[in-house]
Design a protein around this ligand. Sequence first.
Ligand code: GDP
Ligand code: IMO
Ligand code: MG
Length: 428
Amino acid sequence: MTNTVIVGTQWGDEGKGKIVDLLSEHADDVVRFQGGNNAGHTMVVNGKEIISHLIPSGIIQQKQCFIGNGVVVDPFVLLDEIDYLISNQIDVSPEKLKISNRAHMIMPYHKEIDKAREVKKGKDKIGTTGRGIGPCYEDKATRRGIRFCDLLDIEVFREKVITLMEEKNFYLKHYFKAETIDPEMVVDQVLKIRERLVPYICDVSVALFDGISKGRQILFEGAQGTHLDIEHGTYPFVTSSSTVSGNAANGTGLGPVHLNEIIGIVKAYTTRVGAGPFPTELFDETGDLIQKTGAEFGATTGRKRRCGWLDMVVLRNAARLNSLTGLAITKLDVLDDLEELKICTGYQYNGRVIPDFPPEIKILEECEPVYETLPGWKENTSGLRTYEDLPEKAKKYLTRIEDLSRVPIKIISVGPGREATIIKEKIF
Ligand code: GDP
Ligand code: IMO
Ligand code: MG
């Protein structure tokens, strides 16, 4: 029995959606365990692109999908996404998708506070997606969030929202000098969609556990990336959830013994969207070339992604934090035209080399990456389907990644489509 966890190792957008879609074929259940619609996961099947923000990517292969308790769910976005998938002939009925009764709801005031806070921060802003993610997790931590189970009792729901919004409106009006929101309107808006939401609500922990006892295999779909993790990332330039593999257990209500294989998705270079330190960022024409060749624009906000070289300090950190058992290298094809490639092996700061990822933003901003240079392969890899067929210099680049991370590469992706994949070692 192989339950497999997929996590991003860098700053998100590593290609998790593509790999989850690919591996879904072998899974029975696919579950999201953290984050919300700040995620944008892209699948390309038979040339058609589908982007999901909230619903597990396994829905494309029509697997049983779950949204775990660790996810924050905007109910309006959820219904829009359900409609979008249905319009693409994908079944998203309550038989196919279940939402945890313990998952917290992103409410309209969360989005307003997220945006107002960024405006107030000015040049120091985090560059959030503006989807209300941070303010929703904040309410969860301060124990007054609205959960899906609250929707089951209309009076409980109404009272919680009205009580909480008194404070939200005070904060919006007096601190941010922003428009207040009518609490009755919020209650009415949500109650209008309540009937559509209720059939999806279930105890996800119980359902997954039942499945395990019947031999079902679970694929856990991470969102964001290890260096956006609230505990281990480039704090405060992070998201508000724990993105690492350990949270696949907590965010779904299963114990860690059920996490068997942990695959870290690694873009063959590095990107980051939003603010925050990025030691190997490129500000030259190579960075521009990677950005253009890789079509590096955010799948959620459309922002241009910052691009840079592959960073092994980052990858070693991810290997330890997630207990990675394998790597999936994506977008190798984007590097096809480069004369040479650089891999960062450490950071130089104040005359000494730092081998491990430091917590201080100042050090991350001021350190100099130590690079190793490898020759480019200058061949088109996008049509290749076996490891043996890869150019020798591309294999050398991949082997160096394995040596420096001490994690075996199991999958290599050479294009956005499901078919553009090299399986080096079987996972399921
Ligand atoms: P996610 O958030 O980790 O799921 O990644 P995104 O979907 O936000 O961004 C990854 C982008 O790269 C998407 O546009 C994918 O279609 C694309 N992609 C994934 N794998 C490959 C690959 O191997 N080669 C190329 N050229 N594009 C890829
Ligand atoms: P996927 O799952 C890339 C970034 C935002 C911002 C920071 C905090 O597609 O890899 P938030 O809205 O979460 O409070 O924003 O995190 N961010 C992502 N960057 N990919 C994502 O998801 C991201 N989700 C959030 O850009 O810097
Ligand atoms: Mg993305």
